[in-house]
Write a new protein. Structure first.
Length: 449
């Protein structure tokens, strides 16, 4: 029996007719074999056509601000994915090069009949797919394996805010928050499959090697699932309090694994909904479902997701009106990168990200808002925040990141607040406000260089 994937998770990107050859799953955003709707669909198609299934990952030499820190996390995860694929009799191949070229030549070489890939709203991934489609005469299926409710089922336009997308997602959850099917083995494939040498593959990359991998974090599916189980047991029920207190150590810290698709958000949500109903559980589900899927909705429908053109008109107008306001402090990107400001709370947040590759969600808002306050222009502020977030964050270069920065600096998905210098009516945050919420000295002490 086939494990049919909900048809609305799948988009057919062209009208070509499937050939007789193997199915190729071009794995990109969802770098796992477990709980992966794109792989499940590719396997279904291979079973149906009685053809082999190949998994291909294309390793690009550069990706935005990604440094060796992120590449190392990704590569270790891919090596585990290779091993888990072998256990299912599948082979993951990692090939360096420009993805559309690599997929095209791989598909030609194996005489593929169909390409299946996963969904990603970011510009570069969409461009790769467009480029691939120009030169491929076999069908390409795109599967949303990242969101619980496929982004194109939720809405066909940019949603205004969490309150407009929430009811849409909630209506569809019963349909899409389904358990993952048990993996059904494919007929034995006699494919030579060489274990990837991560070190060797990374040696050929021309990436910045100054931002080092993070110590004490285990990349890959097993590391992510271990973290998830620990959070379910010790963090979930107090998540609502911990989300406002960076010292409480009660967030999931799952974003690096979720970003690289090493674990599925849907698996995390299934675990969370099976836990007792608490305020913590409800608050967590709001973030991992509504806020996360809102970010994908935004990046899919707004090509300006990393520029001020992407913020609402009121946000642009108010930042413009206050463009020439006197700034008490102005810092260069370099000073900010080195956490060398007058504000020890801000410096601690930047140090947290430098050291651990992730920053507490509450501090991320403060961090970005202060960059706006201390930059010459809103444009400079945005560029700096995105650069630092993407360079140091293990979870950077993600729709959540672009949306988080635009929310903080431009009022995206927010509303106007009381008018003040530099920010205009964009919501303001202050160190005093933080002091009222949590012990800032403890946080600073925990995040000193
Ligand atoms: C300025 C700024 C920059 C950010 N940059 C990133 C980034 O680069 N990558 C990233 O994944 N998130 C980013 N976020 C969103 C959020 O802060 C992080 O997802 C969260 O801090 C990750 O830690 P966690 O896994 O412990 O989250 P938890 O609080 O445990 O939440 C669980 C998951 O829910 C999702 N989530 C939580 N909060 C949000 C949110 N506000 N928006 C969208 N999804 C959310 C994430 O997938 C997260 O891993 C940013 C937010 C801001 C304000």
């Amino acid at each position: 029996m086939m494990a049919a994937v909900h048809p609305d998770r799948i988009r057919r990107l062209n009208q070509a007719v499937q050939g007789a050859g193997p199915v190729v799953y071009w794995m990109s955003r969802d770098q796992r074999v477990d709980d992966n709707w794109a792989l499940i669909h590719a396997a279904d198609m291979a079973r149906q056509a009685r053809v082999p299934l190949h998994i291909l990952f294309c390793l690009t030499g550069s990706f935005g601000e990604a440094c060796i820190r992120q590449y190392d996390f990704m590569m270790q995860g891919l090596v585990e994915t290779w091993a888990r694929a072998r256990e299912r009799g599948l082979c993951l191949r990692i090939r360096p090069g420009h993805p559309p070229d690599v997929v095209r030549s791989f598909a030609r070489a194996c005489n593929a009949g169909l390409v299946v890939t996963d969904f990603d709203p970011l510009r570069i991934k969409q461009e790769w797919k467009r480029e691939l489609l120009q030169h491929l005469d076999i069908p390409v299926h795109e599967v949303d394996a990242h969101n619980i409710v496929p982004v194109w089922r939720v809405s066909d336009k940019q949603e205004y805010a969490a309150r407009t997308i929430r009811p849409r997602i909630q209506r569809l959850l019963a349909e899409f928050l389904e358990p993952f099917p048990v993996w059904e083995a494919l007929p034995e494939q006699d494919i030579p499959c060489v274990e990837p040498d991560g070190e060797d593959l990374m040696a050929g990359l021309e990436v910045d090697r100054t931002v080092l991998p993070v110590a004490g974090i285990t990349p890959g599916y097993t590391g992510g699932m271990d973290r998830m189980h620990a959070f379910m047991a010790h963090g979930l029920d107090r998540y609502d309090r911990a989300s406002r207190d960076p010292n409480a150590n009660g967030l999931s810290r799952l974003s690096p694994w979720l970003h690289f698709g090493q674990i599925a958000a849907q698996r995390v949500v299934l675990e969370a909904v099976a836990s007792p109903r608490t305020q913590g559980q409800q608050a967590f589900l709001e973030q991992i479902i509504i806020r996360r899927e809102l970010a994908d909705n935004y990046c899919l429908h707004n090509p300006h997701y990393d520029s001020l053109e992407g913020i609402p008109a009121w946000g642009r107008a108010t930042l413009d009106k206050h463009r020439h306001d006197v700034r008490e402090y102005v810092y260069s990107t370099d000073a900010l990168e080195k956490a060398a400001t007058h504000d020890s709370l801000w410096n601690a947040a930047q140090q947290e990200m430098r050291r651990t590759g992730i920053m507490h969600g509450y501090m991320r808002m403060y961090w970005a808002k202060k960059i706006l306050e201390w930059s010459k222009t809103p444009e400079d502020a945005l560029a700096t925040a995105i650069r630092l977030n993407d360079r140091y964050g293990l979870d950077g270069r993600d729709p959540n990141g672009y949306v988080g920065v635009l929310w903080s600096m431009g009022g995206l998905h927010d509303r106007p607040w009381k008018e003040r210098p530099v920010f205009g009516t964009v919501r303001f945050m202050s160190a005093d406000g933080c002091k009222r919420k949590f012990d800032v000295h403890e946080y600073i002490g925990n995040n000193s260089p």
